[in-house]
Design a protein around this ligand. Structure first.
Ligand code: ADP
Length: 394
């Protein structure tokens, strides 16, 4: 048996998943989550494949310094090394940015690591955290294969029209371009859909609606356009991020409100979107339960922006055969899906209300000219598949 460890490190949390491989098929056997890193109550919880809690540990008790990613990963690897039937052969990392260069996953060596760190200015809130575990693992298992899988890679297939801003070429050449994100989720959905029915030449819009939200136009299994661009701020209304914004607003915030880059960053990344509109919460489930007009406005604006971008993506595709909902809201909220489909009535979409209510895989009526799917995403599995492939070829 061979095992792959998949790491998704965020700013204050780390998700860890261990997959077993047998006959090229992967199954998740362990799941762990370290939360509230850098705080006194930082904690790691480790679960088995049935979501049974195996161990819970306060990480602050283990650390002299504030408990960081290193402390969490060292604890997890220590625990893992004591499990009898684990044979770790490679590690796959979710890395938000592959820069203009990386169109597919890559084995991490010194040169690659340095290059990925140099993309830090392109994703200041994510890249350094995504890469933090690489050094920790290297210090414990220097020879273990480590692989980087990028959120941007799937969108490298976009035509230059979809990649360029209308700025002088110098900026494009120096990396100021539309990259797009959630690529591992889109790749997983395309593969799942392809296994379900033939999607060769099909025109598909995938709506990844979670706390972070974006949409992607796929033609013939490749990304041709997406709503996020240079950063994951662009496009849809998100949990705490603003989505579409006139860049003139940023200039006005600087000039009129004397806000610093740090202040504006905090506003646009943390205090806008659903939480900014509702002044209540970024949690869609809570917003749907709330009777506050500001919460209802937040929900309505979320759906309004999805429909607006659906229009743009369908125009770019020149039509649509399939619409797919995924991620926390897309997978679990019949109300949001219904609201969006009602707004998108201009496509003659026809929802099967019962199938939608039951969160079934296919939720359109037979007469609908567009197939509508609900497919749970699985980015960790996508990373595990890439990591296994690189491991087998190395
Ligand atoms: P991320 O991975 O970007 O942090 P998720 O994909 O986990 O986010 O999605 C989280 C969002 O999904 C939250 O806003 C949460 O309220 C929403 N969500 C989860 N279940 C439901 C549900 N049953 N109805 C409405 N929203 C839901």
């Amino acid at each position: 048996m061979e095992n792959f460890l998949i790491i998704n490190a965020g700013s204050s949390s780390v998700k860890l998943s261990v997959f077993n491989s047998s006959n090229k098929s992967l199954s998740r056997v362990i799941n762990a989550r370290a939360v509230r890193l850098f705080n006194d109550d930082a904690q790691i919880s480790i679960y088995d494949h049935n979501k049974k809690l195996l161990i819970e540990k306060n990480l602050a008790e283990l650390a002299v310094e504030p408990p960081n990613h290193k402390v969490a990963i060292e604890f997890f690897l220590g625990w893992l090394s004591q499990q009898a039937d684990i044979n770790l052969v490679a590690i796959g990392h979710r890395v938000v940015h592959g820069g203009p260069k990386y169109a597919k996953p890559v084995k991490i060596n010194e040169t690659v690591h340095g290059e990925l760190l140099s993309f830090q200015p392109l994703a200041p809130l994510h890249q350094q955290h995504n890469l933090a575990p690489v050094e920790t693992i290297k210090s414990i298992y220097p020879d273990l294969l480590q692989v980087a899988c990028f959120d941007t890679a799937f969108h490298q297939s976009m035509p230059v029209m979809a990649k360029r801003f209308a700025l002088p070429e110098k900026y494009y050449n120096e990396g100021v371009r539309r990259y797009g994100f959630h690529g591992l989720s889109y790749e997983y959905i395309v593969n799942s859909l392809d296994a379900y029915k033939d999607i060769k030449n099909k025109k598909i819009v995938i709506a990844h609606l979670g706390n972070g939200a974006s949409m992607c136009a796929v033609h013939d299994k490749k990304s041709v356009a997406t709503t996020m661009s240079f950063t994951p701020l662009d496009g849809l209304v998100m949990g705490t991020r603003c989505g579409d914004l006139d860049p003139g607003v940023v200039l006005h915030l600087m000039n009129h409100y004397s806000m610093s880059a740090k202040d504006i960053s905090a506003l646009l990344y943390k205090n806008s979107g659903l939480i900014g509109l509702s002044e209540e919460t970024n949690n869609m489930r809570k917003l749907l339960d709330s009777d506050q007009p500001s919460s209802q406005l937040a929900v309505d604006m979320f759906c309004y922006q999805v429909n607006r971008h659906l229009g743009a993506l369908v125009a770019q595709l020149g039509g649509i055969d399939q619409l797919v909902f995924t991620a926390g809201i897309g997978e679990n909220s019949p109300i949001i899906r219904e609201k969006i489909c009602r707004l998108a009535n201009w496509l003659n979409l026809s929802l099967d209300m019962q199938a939608n209510k039951d969160n079934r895989t296919m939720i359109n009526n037979q007469e609908s000219p567009v197939d509508i799917f609900v497919i749970p995403t699985n980015e960790a599995l996508m990373i595990a598949q890439h990591t296994m492939q690189i491991y087998e070829n190395s």
